[in-house]
Design a protein around this ligand. Sequence first.
Ligand code: ZN
Length: 272
Amino acid sequence: MPEFAINKITLNELSYEQAVEACARHGFAGITPWLDDLKHLTPAQARKVADDAGVSIAGFCNAGLFALHGKGGMDNAVDAARHSIDYAAEFGATTIVTVVGGLLPDSKSIPDARKFAFDGMVRIAEHASNTPVRLALEPLHPMYTPDWSMVGSLSDANDWCDRLDNGVGLTVDAYHVWWDPDFEVEIARAASAGRLLSFHISDWLVPTGHMLLDRGMPGDGVIDLTAMWQTMTNAGYGDYIEVEIFSERLWKQDPDAFLAELKNRCNIAFPA
Ligand code: ZN
């Protein structure tokens, strides 16, 4: 029986408290908030909001983005990631989405950016290994390489996990990896290493209007979500199907109408 969770970005116009209530109303069993959503709450207060509504903690966003503060900003980036990991641990999350970051400012060097990001990963993986929170490295579609992620495929993400060898697992986001001819092979590889931690879903619209903010509702695009889910479950994944939709268009819809339709689409794409 698939269980569904909502990544808070999907309900971008709502507060964390409103989003938790909306999840409970529409039968989404879990929520994954972003640290920014919880700035006004201690981890214990944030946890109580979810507990009182009967909504589980599916995950936490995020850690990484090492190049954001430039070459001299590694310590700042690592400190920010450690803070997120510590907050997630107190909040009761067991995984944190980890995105490694893109090119260094004023540089076009992919090797430099990859080395920089990997060094950052070593540092925060060490920190996370002393907490109950596992880093869930998320490869992003290669179109996000300059800004967000030097890791653009599952095979590369698996390689990084192998090299880090410190409990680091994977977030598999359908939007980022649906195109990958090695999807089944790399999912099996990740599963055999015990690192399939999260599964994010949305749909790839054709044409797409914006690289970041035009993801589709399941069923409106070209991703075979059902087949991806089958590959995941065949490999042994049994955790949440987490809806993560960045969409300026869908964010404007009435949240209750949107969630009712979303649940409907989830039930079609992922039948019990
Ligand atoms: Zn994602």
